[in-house]
Design a protein. Structure first.
Lengths: 86, 311
């Protein structure tokens, strides 16, 4: 929790991105194509956030980037499987 | 005991997994992602291989769609639409055309416009519009989806329209059991007093763009038009036999599986975060709190998403 409080601004940005993404999903519930774009935008933002955050903390390693990429990919696959399912 | 150790290895940070639950390792997450993709491929392929165990089980009455549409109109201070059986028959023809030719669009691949179905059934229109919906399990969710889309809402709440026709068709569309709702709006040419007989057409949708509606205003040379009275006939070609009926929705299966998977990962992440924090373990890896937030957002999206599409 101490680390979260210390990096409050970082997490504020991350939660801001997630909030905008969720809002987009609600507002554009009728537009599957746009929802797909929103999902990609949020996933890329999450990976970029991870890279920048760890770079600032000087603990950015390839394994860390891969970890963010794999979680983002899993999230994207799950969302796509629902958004694009017909 | 061996089994318990294996489970602990998978879900609990300990020495055997380098102080990180094995399921949270990038290699495990990659395997889970690949397995999920294969699972989706199987869900998609099973109906195409002829099995009837997957598909959409819908319970949609055209009368309910009309009633709900009119409720929305009345709420906005508009006159309710009158059901027109000619429009309903035209809508049914459009629905069957989509199933027969295997397309999901306002305009058929051969270029057939929705207005052709109006005129084929002798409906001489001054204004015409079309809303389409598919794979909704009940009429209210379909009407709600139209209302959520600005362009469909414009059609639904347009004061230009006086009549409506609904068809609910079920069949196999591109290998998937589907329920399609076709909603045709119209105002007969004879019901209007055209001040200037100038043809004007407005199209706001293309078949692939996914935009929401088609509307058309046109002037058709006046000719004797049979007067069609509204009647409570329900136009639908739902199969009557219970044999081969669809049982489960692939969307619901995917949704439940996704909820289970993300829920389990969230639980493991939370435990991992608490244990690592309490034991003050230092390790190279991403931020558990950020992963929790991301997966939390994914689970919110899964809960928000509903079956059904409108164009």
């Amino acid at each position: 929790m101490k680390n979260i409080a210390k990096d409050f601004t970082h997490y504020l940005v991350l939660f801001g991105v997630f909030f905008v993404g969720l809002l987009g999903f609600v507002l554009f519930s009728y537009d599957r194509n746009f929802q797909t774009v929103i999902a990609i935008f949020v996933a890329i933002s999450y990976v970029i956030w991870g890279i920048v955050h760890h770079a600032i903390h000087k603990d950015l390693y390839l394994s860390v980037v891969i970890e963010y990429l794999t979680i983002a990919s899993l999230g994207l696959v799950i969302v796509f499987s629902l958004v694009l399912r017909v | 005991m061996k089994f318990a150790h294996k489970i602990a290895h998978l879900v609990f940070p300990r020495e055997s997994n380098n102080q990180k639950a094995k399921l949270l390792h990038s290699s495990s997450l990659t395997l889970i992602t690949i397995a999920f993709v294969f699972y989706q491929i199987i869900l998609t392929l099973v109906p195409k291989l002829g099995s009837k165990i997957l598909g959409y089980a819908a319970n949609i009455s055209p009368q309910d769609v009309i009633r709900l549409t009119n409720e929305k109109r009345v709420q906005e201070g508009l006159l309710p639409l009158v059901e027109n059986t000619t429009l309903s028959q035209a809508a049914l023809a459009k629905g069957n055309d989509m199933l027969g030719k295997g397309y999901w669009a306002h305009v058929a691949p051969d270029g057939t416009q929705p207005w052709k179905f109006f005129t084929d059934f002798g409906y001489k229109y001054r204004y015409a519009g079309e809303n389409l919906a598919r794979d909704f399990s009940n009429p209210s969710s379909a009407v709600d989806a139209w209302m959520a889309s600005p362009t469909h809402k414009e059609n639904l709440l347009s004061p230009k329209y006086k009549e409506v026709g609904i068809a609910v068709v079920e069949g196999n569309l591109a290998g998937v059991d589907t329920t399609i709702i076709v909603q045709f709006f119209g105002t007969k040419y004879v019901d209007t007093i055209p001040a200037v007989p100038v043809a004007e057409a407005k199209s706001q949708a293309t078949p692939s763009a996914g935009t929401a509606l088609l509307t058309e205003k046109t002037v058709i040379p006046s000719s004797p038009i049979p007067t069609l009275q509204p009647s409570p006939i329900i136009v639908s070609n739902k199969p009557t036999s219970g044999l081969g009926r669809v049982l489960v929705s692939p969307f619901d299966i995917t949704k439940n599986t996704s909820l289970g998977l993300v829920g389990v990962l969230l639980g493991i992440l939370a435990v991992d975060g608490v244990v690592v924090s309490k034991r003050k373990i230092t390790r190279v890896g991403g931020r558990t709190f950020a992963h929790l937030a991301f997966l939390g957002m994914i689970i919110s999206i899964i809960l928000l998403l509903k079956a059904g599409q409108v164009i």
